[in-house]
Design a protein around this ligand. Structure first.
Ligand code: ZN
Length: 501
C-alpha cells in the first residue's frame, strides 16, 4: 500500500477585495476531487490566501488599517467562505505566515547558489498603484492604462530569474506530456507563448515594503511568493518525508487568466530547485454573470454568502458543476439555478427519495425488504467506475450526467411498475424487489453524490437509516446488494423544497 496522497490545490486567493462566486467555483471543483480521492486512499486539499503586494497594501490604506490587520480580517472571510460551501480543505495557507516566508527566503538563497537568479537592471514606466511596468506604447495619454494614474520612469537593480534558460526543456515537456496543461485550448495558448520566446523574470521589488523581505533588501515579487505556497505548505526543506508523500501535486486548479504563471514559470522554478513539476494543471473557464465577466467595476460581483443563503450551498455546488463543461466559460443566471434546483434536484432526486420512503413506510412499515431482483445491479454495475473515471478527468458535468441515469431509471421503475398496483394485486415478491431496488439505488446515490453535494448526500443516508456509511471505500460501498434487509428507514424533510419565483 503506497502512502502517496492525491494532492490537489486551488489558487491562493488574492485578498485585495472580497470573494465572489467565481472563487467558490474553483474551490468547489477541488473539493469534489479531494472528497472522491479520500474514498480511495489519502488526499490533501490545499487552499489559502495570497496576502502580499501593492494592491493589498492599497486596499488596507483605503480602509484605514494596517496591511496585517487587513489580511487577518480578509483571511477570516475567505475561510468562512470555504466553510459555507463545505470545502473540506486540509490546510489553509496564508503567505504572511512565518512558515511560508522563511521557506521563500530559503528558495531565494538556493536559487542564488544554483546560479538561476542574477542581478539586472529593471526599468520602464511604472504604476505604483498597480505594481506594473508598462511599455511606452501601452500608456494612455502618458498614464497607466489600467488605473489612469501617473506613471514614473523607474530604473533599479533587481533580481532576475533566468527563465529563458528553461524554454527548451519546457517545450520538450509540453511535447512529451500532452496532458500537462488542460484543457486543450490552454495547452495550445501556452505552447504558442513558449514558441514565441521567453524573457527572464524580475523576482524582486525594491520600491515596495509589503512582501517577503529578501536578504540584502527589497521584497520578493508577489507572484513568485504566491506560487511557492504549493510546496511550503507541505513541508519542502522542513519535513522531507511529508513533502515526498504529496509532491508532485496531482493537479493545480486555476483560472485561465493565471495560466502563464502556473504552466511556464512555476515548472521552471521547480526545476531550478531540483524538484519535479506538477503532474497537471487545469485552467477552468470564466464564470460570467448574466453574460458579463465578473468584475468589481461593473458592479456585478454578488455576494457568495447571500447566494448560498438563498439557494443553499448544495444547490450552488450542483449548478456550477452541472451547467457547463469545467474548461468552458459559462454564465450564471438566477433563473437557470432555480430551474436546476426545482427540476434535477427537487423533482428528480428529492421526489425519488420522498416517494420511495413513503411507499416503503406504507407497504412495509419502513423496513427494507429482502434482497430480490438483480437487474439494476447488472445494469449499473460499472456506474461507480464510470463516475470515478469522469471525476478524475475533471469532467464533473459528465459524472453528474452518469449519476442522473440511475436517478431517472429509478423514477421510471416506479412509474412503470406502479407499486400501489402491485400492492393491490398482492404481488408481494415483485413489490419487495422494487422497494429493495429503490432503497439500494438511493444508498448508491448517497455515495455517488457525496463528493458533489456532501450535506444532502449525508441526508439521503440519514433518511435511509444508514447514516454512518459515507466514509466507506468507493468500490466496496458501490456493490449492488450491500444494503441489509431488515434495515429500519427513517424518512424526513423534503431534500430540496421547491423554490418559488
Ligand atoms: Zn495603474
Amino acid at each position: 500500500m503506497s502512502d502517496r496522497a492525491y494532492y490537489v490545490t486551488t489558487p491562493i486567493y488574492y485578498i485585495n477585495s472580497v470573494p465572489h462566486i467565481g472563487h467558490a467555483y474553483t474551490s468547489i471543483a477541488a473539493d469534489v476531487l479531494a472528497r472522491y480521492a479520500r474514498t480511495r486512499g489519502q488526499a490533501f486539499l490545499l487552499t489559502g490566501t495570497d496576502e502580499h503586494g501593492q494592491k493589498v497594501a492599497n486596499a488596507a490604506a483605503e480602509a484605514g488599517v494596517s496591511p496585517q490587520a487587513w489580511t487577518d480580517r480578509m483571511a477570516a472571510t475567505w475561510q468562512s467562505l470555504c466553510r459555507r460551501y463545505e470545502i473540506s480543505y486540509d490546510d489553509f495557507i496564508r503567505t504572511t505566515e512565518e512558515r511560508h516566508q522563511s521557506v521563500c527566503v530559503e528558495v531565494f538563497e538556493r536559487l542564488k547558489v544554483s546560479g538561476d537568479i542574477y542581478v539586472g537592471k529593471y526599468e520602464g514606466w511604472y504604476c505604483t498603484y498597480d505594481e506594473t511596468f508598462w511599455l511606452e506604447s501601452k500608456l494612455v495619454d502618458g498614464r497607466c492604462p489600467e488605473c489612469r494614474r501617473d506613471v514614473q520612469w523607474l530604473s533599479e537593480d533587481n533580481w532576475f530569474f533566468a527563465l529563458s534558460r528553461y524554454r527548451d526543456r519546457l517545450l520538450e515537456h509540453y511535447r512529451t506530456h500532452p496532458d500537462f496543461v488542460r484543457p486543450q485550448r490552454a495547452y495550445n495558448e501556452m505552447l504558442a507563448t513558449l514558441e514565441g520566446g521567453l524573457d527572464d523574470l524580475c523576482i524582486s521589488r525594491t520600491n515596495l515594503d509589503w512582501g517577503v523581505p529578501l536578504p540584502g533588501g527589497g521584497v520578493m515579487y508577489v507572484w513568485l511568493d504566491a506560487l511557492l505556497n504549493y510546496i511550503t505548505a507541505i513541508g519542502w526543506s522542513r519535513d522531507e518525508e511529508r513533502f515526498r508523500r504529496y509532491w508532485p501535486a496531482d493537479v493545480h486548479l486555476i483560472g485561465k487568466e493565471i495560466a502563464r504563471f502556473h504552466t511556464i514559470i512555476w515548472p521552471a522554478v521547480l526545476w531550478a530547485l531540483g524538484l519535479p513539476e506538477p503532474k497537471s494543471i487545469f485552467a477552468h473557464g470564466w464564470l460570467t454573470i448574466e453574460g458579463e465577466k465578473i468584475s468589481k467595476s461593473r458592479g456585478n460581483v454578488f455576494d457568495p454568502f447571500a447566494t448560498a443563503d438563498f439557494f443553499g450551498a448544495d444547490t450552488v455546488r450542483y449548478f456550477l458543476l452541472r451547467e457547463a463543461p469545467f474548461g468552458a466559460d459559462f454564465s450564471w443566471s438566477d433563473e437557470k439555478v432555480r430551474q436546476r434546483r426545482n427540476s434535477d434536484l427537487g423533482n428528480d432526486l428529492g421526489n425519488l427519495l420522498r416517494r420511495s420512503l413513503t411507499m416503503l413506510q406504507r407497504y412495509r412499515d419502513g423496513i427494507v425488504p429482502p434482497v430480490a431482483g438483480a437487474s439494476f445491479g447488472e445494469r449499473f454495475g460499472d456506474l461507480g467506475e464510470r463516475t470515478a473515471g469522469r471525476i478524475v478527468e475533471l469532467d464533473f458535468r459528465g459524472a453528474l450526467a452518469e449519476i442522473w441515469e440511475l436517478v431517472s431509471a429509478l423514477n421510471r421503475a416506479i412509474d412503470e411498475q406502479k407499486p400501489w398496483r402491485l400492492y393491490e394485486q398482492g404481488a408481494q415478491h415483485e413489490l419487495d424487489a422494487l422497494l429493495y431496488t429503490l432503497c439500494e439505488g438511493l444508498r448508491w446515490l448517497g455515495h455517488l453524490l457525496a463528493p458533489f453535494i456532501p450535506a444532502k448526500a449525508a441526508e439521503i443516508h440519514q433518511q435511509l437509516g444508514v447514516g454512518d456509511e459515507l466514509g466507506r471505500n468507493w468500490n466496496e460501498a458501490l456493490r449492488w446488494g450491500d444494503l441489509t434487509a431488515g434495515q429500519q428507514t427513517r424518512g424526513g424533510e423534503p431534500l430540496f423544497p421547491r423554490l418559488l419565483d
